[in-house]
Write a new protein. Structure first.
Length: 259
């Protein structure tokens, strides 16, 4: 279960390292273009035309033909605009920023062309604030939702990375937990209960965290299972206790662990 969550939000460690390296090389390329390398700009835009077409098709919810559809030209111009405006201090990737710019320009274009036939245009919901600035509550709501979703993903990623580092202190690899996980739900629920008992006992947790080993003898005094059961599920119990004891709300929620 934990490995599924790990792969969903982090992916393999190798791919993460490659992604960071790729993002770094993109920033270098953007900086060179912004410094006046026109030939590199043309080549860069040409190389990323398939990406622009993909983003545009996804936005329009239909196939976009680069040779025929105006939407592609709008998005390509926005991609070039993003090159000019991007800065690494924004704290986000260039491609993520470029997609945002493309989506904004496409929204403007589609509004102007009135291609949302049979639908109420977003502009119908425009309101003026105290300073006579136009605000659209639908767009504001969507922007907040998008921000919260991205924030949640980043928090999950950070949480899993921290939990993985914590596991390594006990010589436990994240991937081992798939093998350690009980196959039956009633067995998992039983181990969740034991893990919670362990986490809620300050003395037992102190022993676990300082000696880096499961306090089996002391734990047997509080739970109705055999020593063999505790020894066989040692890694899983340690992981559950760490989740209960640590700042891991997303992992607790994913495992349906409730306080």
């Amino acid at each position: 279960m934990l490995l599924v969550l790990f792969k969903r939000f982090l992916g393999k460690k190798e791919s993460q390292g490659q992604s960071e390296s790729y993002a770094s090389s993109l920033e270098v390329t953007i900086h060179q273009i912004q410094s006046g390398d026109l030939r590199l700009r043309n080549q860069f835009i040409s190389d990323y035309q398939p990406y622009v077409a993909k983003v545009t098709s996804r936005f329009c919810k239909r196939y976009i033909d680069p040779a025929r559809d105006d939407e592609f030209s709008i998005a390509l111009g926005a991609f070039n605009e993003a090159i000019n405006q991007y800065s690494s201090v924004m704290g986000r990737s260039f491609l993520g920023f470029a997609e945002t710019v493309m989506r904004r320009r496409l929204i403007d274009f589609l509004r102007k062309e009135q291609r949302f036939k049979g639908q109420i245009p977003y502009s119908s919901f425009d309101q003026e604030d105290d300073e006579d600035n136009l605000l659209n509550p639908i767009e504001v709501h969507q922007a907040i939702e998008a921000y919260e979703k991205q924030k949640g993903l980043e928090e999950r990623r950070s949480e899993i990375m921290d939990f993985t580092r914590c596991l390594s202190d006990f010589d436990i690899d994240f991937s081992e937990l798939t093998e350690a996980s009980p196959k039956h739900d009633d067995s998992r629920q039983m181990l969740f209960g034991i893990g919670r008992t362990l986490a809620q006992d300050a003395e037992l947790m102190r022993t676990l965290l300082t000696k880096r080993q499961l306090p089996i003898k002391e734990l047997l005094e509080q739970v109705q299972v055999s020593r063999k059961t505790l020894e066989r599920n040692r890694k899983y119990l340690i992981a559950i206790a760490l989740i209960y004891n640590g700042p891991y709300p997303y992992l607790r929620d994913y495992l349906h662990i409730r306080e």
